[in-house]
Ligand binder design. Structure first.
Ligand code: ME8
Length: 656
């Protein structure tokens, strides 16, 4: 018997920046993470062995300050944020293979070792720094780098600062970095190369201060522990420590390094395209293949950012419109490389025009006609039954994978989506041109079958190619087509399916009333702002309120709560909290952890196997160090003890 030859897949390693664990993330962070996710998913389907890394940057002055403001230890503070960030990525269907935290012990050890190695090699040395310091950016600047006397990155005030610190000999690598940027396509898009060369390299690269003594939340210099390793030399090597570099288990490093693509927004391109290659050169490690600096999502003309407080909350948008809507919007409306100004109108019209009208209508109309005319059974026609127009349409479907692949290689997900939606548009026009309802009326069943087959094939190939971009609807389309969800692009061409047996499916979304939605989003934004600012009400006011009739709410307000039947699969006590239980519940699609104050009424064993009602779209919150992803509805009896409201139905059923 011939031995089956194992072909080794080509690897592909892609990273996002590690985000500061200093506050909640917004749709700007989602942009990078979703774009990388689309590339990672595309490459997996295209036959690559992918490693997709994201994570959190947890050390530094900003984090220490933010924790102190909340009266928390930095570790407890970053633990909470890292959990919240992981919950956000689970919500956005991010398919990351690794999640690195700079407080991971293995990372901390590797950074201390890297620092020592660079010091012993002479690439790190001790001296004194005096310069201009921007506290929010944690960056030192020379006077010539300032813009109008202010921080060139964020435009805020800088202060004079002087301290003993260690320096990385960045200047030594200036020529090699210049060559890398100007003679290869390492940095993309090209416009970023000019920025780097003109603004930094031509002005002369100074050695970089890499330790601080003014705070202590960070990795200590092993041989001089009053110094803390400063953010960038701690943060940038996450891309290798996450693969096990510097540990005894470095199989992943051997397998996935060199990195294929580091993706970030333009404000930190300098660190990735100049400092990071220089660190790798000093460590004699091969350089990443590509650094991609995309633009910013702006809001009201300004960069959307935590520190400016002009952020849009991805939990709010996905609660209202679903994950597919936000993923589609981010990937389609933002020209990769350029800035994009966010408005709710833009989001809502992308949903209505592209998802509901173009894609949703094509699928709905085609499945309905397939059912009505053929009871869902449509067969592949003979070649000779296809006319010139059919062949043109089939060729457009056939050529789609190649075009999308080229766009994703750059990567330009917005262009890739444009190409897929151009075929969706062709398909809608093909319906209008061929008028299946008239073919049915005149009894031309053979032609009607040919038309329906072309439409189903276009839907199948588009759904296959949409899998990396939107995660919920394409699998549903495959269910409607009566097919398994593909795990590759082998079938992403015309004419693969011999016969279809289709079923109608739920729509992607219902058409939105834009004015009503704008008003709702405005209300939510105002309520969030008020909640942020509102001082605690005095106790007597609260009592007064409680004695009054409950405030009335509209039916729309009530329907903002998503109530689901869940199965309780596991339950344990929460240590040191005599009222709390930690439950694992299944909500029909996934398992969630919920912390509930019902320990007075139940022992953990009693609850396993019961059903409960979950408030599924409640913002996740941390209780006793555990992230709770929802709340279970209870009735509180006269004894003040909460007991579960026990519903009938199955996990995932809506309660209303
Ligand atoms: O800079 N538009 O973390 P960070 C587009 N810890 N992308 C945006 C954005 C916006 N308005 N706002 C944020 C750090 N991003 C460091 C990185 S890496 C070794 C260390 C995205 O939390 C974008 O990718 O400030 C940007 O570069 C990153 O979040 C900054 O995240």
């Amino acid at each position: 018997m011939a031995e089956k030859k194992e072909t080794k897949k080509k690897t592909f390693y892609i990273t996002t920046p590690i985000y500061y664990a200093s506050g909640a993330l917004h749709i700007g962070h989602c942009y990078t993470t979703v774009a990388c996710d689309a590339v990672a998913r595309f490459k997996r389907l295209d036959g690559y062995d992918v490693f997709y890394l994201t994570g959190t940057d947890e050390h530094g002055q900003k984090v220490q300050q933010a924790a102190a403001e909340r009266g928390m230890t930095p570790q407890a503070f970053v633990d909470g944020l890292a959990d919240r960030i992981k919950t956000l990525w689970a919500r956005m269907d991010i398919s990351n293979d690794g999640f690195i935290r700079t407080t991971d012990p293995a990372h901390e050890k590797a950074i201390a070792d890297i620092f020592t190695r660079l010091y012993e090699k002479g690439d790190i040395y001790k001296s004194e720094y005096s310069g201009k310091y921007c506290a929010p950016c944690e960056s030192f600047w020379t006077a010539s780098q300032l813009v109008n006397g202010k921080c060139p990155d964020c435009g805020r005030e800088v202060t004079d600062a002087k301290e003993e610190c260690y320096f990385f000999r960045l200047s030594k690598y200036s020529d090699r970095v210049r060559k890398l940027l100007t003679e290869t396509d390492f940095l993309q898009p090209d416009s970023r190369v000019k920025e780097m060369v003109n603004n930094f390299i031509d002005k002369g690269l100074s050695d970089l201060a890499v330790t601080r003594t003014s705070f202590d939340w960070g990795i200590k210099v092993p041989f001089d522990p009053k110094h803390v390793i400063y953010v960038w030399i701690d943060a940038l090597p996450n891309y290798i420590t996450a693969l096990g570099y510097g540990s005894s288990d470095d199989e992943k490093f051997k397998k996935y390094w060199q990195c294929d693509m580091h993706v970030m927004a333009k404000e930190i391109v300098r660190f990735h395209a100049i400092v990071w290659p220089a660190i790798l050169m000093a460590l004699d490690i091969p350089l990443p293949k590509r650094v991609y600096g995309h633009g910013w999502i702006t809001f009201g003309g300004d960069k959307m950012s935590k520190s400016k407080g002009n952020v849009v909350d991805p939990f709010v948008l996905t609660d209202r419109y679903g994950v597919d809507a936000l993923r589609y919007f981010l990937l389609s409306c933002m020209p990769f490389g350029e800035d994009c100004s966010y408005t709710s109108e833009l989001l809502l019209s992308a949903i209505n025009n592209n998802l509901v009208n173009d894609l949703g209508n094509l699928v709905r109309r085609t499945f309905a006609m397939s059912k009505q005319y053929f009871d869902g059974k449509v067969n592949k026609p003979k070649k000779e039954d296809c006319n010139a127009e059919d062949k043109k349409f089939a060729a457009a479907i056939d050529g789609l994978l190649g075009k999308v692949r080229a766009d994703m290689d750059r990567p330009e997900p917005n262009r890739a989506l444009e190409k897929i939606f151009a075929v969706i548009d062709l398909a809608n026009k093909y319906i209008d041109a061929n008028k299946p309802w008239e073919l049915n009326k005149t009894g031309n069943k053979a032609r009607l079958n040919t038309v329906m087959y072309h439409l189903l094939e276009s839907i199948r190939v588009c759904a296959n190619l949409l899998l990396p971009f939107i995660t919920k609807y394409p699998p549903r389309i495959f269910f409607g087509l009566g097919l398994d969800v593909p795990t590759d692009f082998a079938g992403a061409k015309f004419g693969v399916v011999k016969s279809y047996a289709t079923t109608e499916i739920e729509p992607i979304l219902n058409r939105l009333d834009i004015n009503k939605e704008l008003a709702e989003l405005q209300k939510i934004a105002e309520a969030d702002k008020a909640a942020d600012k509102k001082p605690e009400k005095p106790a007597e006011k609260k009592e007064e309120k409680e004695m009054n009739e409950p405030e009335q709410i509209s039916i729309d307000e009530f329907f903002r709560s998503q109530l689901l039947v869940v199965d309780i699969e596991d339950c344990v006590k929460v240590e040191k909290a005599n009222k709390l239980l930690k439950l694992t519940v299944f909500d029909g699609t996934r398992r969630r952890t919920v912390v509930s104050g019902i320990a007075k009424a139940y022992s953990p064993d009693e609850l396993v196997g019961k059903k409960a009602v979950l408030v599924a779209n409640l913002k996740p919150a941390k209780l006793c160090g555990i992230m709770s992803e929802g709340m279970l509805l209870c009735a509180v009896g006269e004894d003040g003890v909460p007991r579960l409201v026990e519903p009938c139905g199955n996990a995932g059923d809506k309660v209303c």
